[in-house]
Ligand binder design. Structure first.
Ligand code: PPS
Length: 289
């Protein structure tokens, strides 16, 4: 496989990302950049498409000319030549840019803080996030095989997956929102009432949405719409990168799929982790309620 994991400042990252670490840290954010930040598989593609739709007044024809990963470059991603890298794409892009990262808060390039860029963080409950990550690791041909579910879950809990510990990620960004312009959203809230959450995003961006534009965005970004849209479902990448015959990139898109995978003991273990790591922070996920 293309990329092994290399520990970078305490966080496992793909070796290609680690090799270019200085370049990533020197990234020149612009003050009107909007950064979308998530732990992997929290619903990044969903919020990316929502924000791009908001920027284009809800017009799907304007949005869906190119794949989402080109409209919203993933800054620390390095793919095998001749495919783009995130930094190159971002550098070429006119402002205002929409950018994506999975970096934990302490590894974000400093220029984002210096430029006071707006950031949207989307979090997903630990159990569904783990299941989605497991299937992604199975179909992602660039990183090592995750093995069986039980084995993967142990690695996930130990923070050995790419981008490290889920709880450090969600809680680090949660704390940062008190000091920076960060809109912190939850996948479960978006599933419950997408229109309400889309309105929050528009408000954060200082934009107003008419009812008809809002409805259009809700319809265009529903799971079933995005699943069949080649500009959002990643089928434009070859199977040598993402093998969708193993598992589709937009797999199920639901809350509670974890119940199909977890034993009672595993579920209790993750509840304990959330209680210990998030307990005093005020950060509460639906699975904990
Ligand atoms: S990545 O690679 O980290 O950027 O992947 P990411 O987009 O964060 O996560 C993929 C999961 O998000 C689900 N998804 C959606 N759910 C509901 N509605 C919409 N529109 C939507 N778009 C993406 C996707 O199905 C993956 O979750 P699972 O549980 O695996 O289906």
């Amino acid at each position: 496989k293309f990329s092994k994991l290399v520990e970078t400042e305490g966080v496992p990252l793909p070796s290609k990302t680690a090799e270019k670490w200085d370049q990533i840290q020197d990234f020149k954010a612009r003050s009107d950049d909007l950064l979308i930040c998530t732990y992997p598989k929290a619903g990044t593609t969903w919020i990316q498409e929502i924000v791009d739709m908001i920027h284009h007044g809800g017009d799907p024809w304007k949005c869906d000319k190119v794949p989402i990963y080109q409209r919203c470059p993933f800054i620390e991603l390095f793919l095998p030549e001749p495919i783009f890298t995130g930094l190159e794409l971002a550098d070429r892009m006119p402002s205002p840019r929409l950018l994506k990262t999975h970096l934990p808060v302490h590894l974000l390039p400093h220029s984002f803080w210096e430029q006071k860029c707006k950031i949207i963080y989307l979090a997903r409950n630990i159990k569904d996030n783990a299941v989605s990550y497991f299937h992604f690791c199975r179909m992602n041909q660039l990183t090592t095989d995750p093995g069986e579910w039980n084995h993967f879950l142990e690695d996930f809990i130990a923070g050995k997956c790419i981008y490290g510990s889920w709880s450090d990620h969600v809680s680090g960004w949660w704390k940062a929102k008190d000091r920076h312009p960060i809109l912190y959203l939850f996948y479960e809230d978006m599933k419950e009432e997408p229109a309400r959450e889309i309105r929050k995003v528009a408000e954060f961006l200082g934009l107003e949405l008419s009812e008809s534009v809002l409805n259009q965005i809700v319809l265009h970004t529903e799971f079933c719409s995005m699943k069949v849209n080649p500009m959002t479902n990643y089928t434009t990448l070859p199977p040598s990168i993402l093998d969708q015959s193993v598992s589709p990139y937009l797999r199920k898109g639901i809350v509670g799929d974890w119940k199909e995978y977890f034993t009672v003991a595993q579920s209790e273990k993750l509840d304990d982790i959330c209680a210990q790591k998030l307990g005093s922070s005020g950060l509460i996920f639906r699975t904990q309620l």
